[in-house]
Design a protein around this ligand. Sequence first.
Ligand code: AMP
Ligand code: GLY
Length: 420
Amino acid sequence: MNVLIIGNGAREHTLAWKISQSPKADNLYIAPGNAGTASIAQNLAISAGDVQGLVRAAQDNKIDLVMVGPEDPLTKGIIDSLDQLGIPAFGPNQKAAQIEGSKVFAKELMFKYGIPCAKSATFTSFEDACDYAKQQPLPLVIKADGLAAGKGVIIVTTYEEAVIALDDIMKKKVFGDAGNRSLVEECLVGREASLLAFTDGETLTPMVPACDYKRALDGDKGPNTGGMGCYSPSEFFTPELREHVMETVMKPTVNAMAQEGCPYKGVLYAGLMITADGPKVLEFNARFGDPETQVILPLLKTDFVNIMQAVIENRLAQVSIEWSDESCVGVVLSSAGYPESYKKGFPISGLSDVNKDTLIFHAGTATNGTGQVVTDGGRVLTVVAKGKTYSDARDKVYQDVEKINFEGCQYRKDIAIIEP
Ligand code: AMP
Ligand code: GLY
């Protein structure tokens, strides 16, 4: 079978790596991919936002199965286009992908169906939003409605900051049309974790929970990033808590989507805050997480292509999904300056010096004219190791992280240091 994976991050390298282990996957293509994916798949030079180009490539290469990594093509309706051509594709259609594409849609759904989340109000007028913010206790969370590459959420501690954030979103339109509507939200306190589940619209099967490190610097300091590391499972996300989240969040959400006329298929990702009042939804994503995928899929024991097909063909109930009971830790190596501006093109050394069981998933990498792997983005690599315990996995991963180098290489040193 010919399989096409869409995207170019470490998440997509992980998806390609996992799919390549399936006896069903004969030929792998990835669009656009990176230097790492080139060793297991054929990279196609089509960007993940070019839905027409991707659909054409799926036809030209006689693709039998498509896995969509990022949200952008999902919200642009790539699943609908592939469906029309009879090409099986994993992910929600355009209507269902609104659960990530519009935070207002997701909030209205949660309020209507009693799914636990932060108190929030939606605004189309800047003045109304400021008036509301003035009456609320601080801190507050200001959000743009639409997709903003993970940057559309701003936590503010003063009213003045709230006004600046609302002005940026609604008047200056720093996130474009994503800021036509804004949300002013209660700031939840607790521990954050991600729970992802496979669903065919009826059956839901949870994955192992994961904890993502969003801030750039040790001790959760510095600006927000796309994610600097991750571990799975999460020590505080007990099996009882997972069951509770399945019953109060995941299943009601999939049922609600069906009732609203947008049945949901693919991966449902809930970003959760475990508060003193129980777990509450911070946001939904319509896809696999990055860097969660890099630490979740190495623990999956079941054939991934079988799961993808069962989701697409509405027979997930027939598949038993098994997980390793090991721990998995991933550390992201990024370019100096990330998440702000950074330089590219620095040769990466040490990639073949790591332990044979260590996994290196590429993100911003490319091959230069002389065949050398060089940096080509902000987040460059995720280095991943498994172990019997968190500390075992962490020791292994950091030993190997130290062997890899490029000019300006930076990474957090406190990933998976579990607080008592
Ligand atoms: P999002 O892009 O919606 O995932 O939000 C990015 C991050 O902002 C989340 O991972 C949380 O750390 C934080 N966040 C979002 N909403 C809230 C909230 N209501 N209370 C506290 N933190 C939040
Ligand atoms: N880990 C955050 C995300 O994938 O959106």
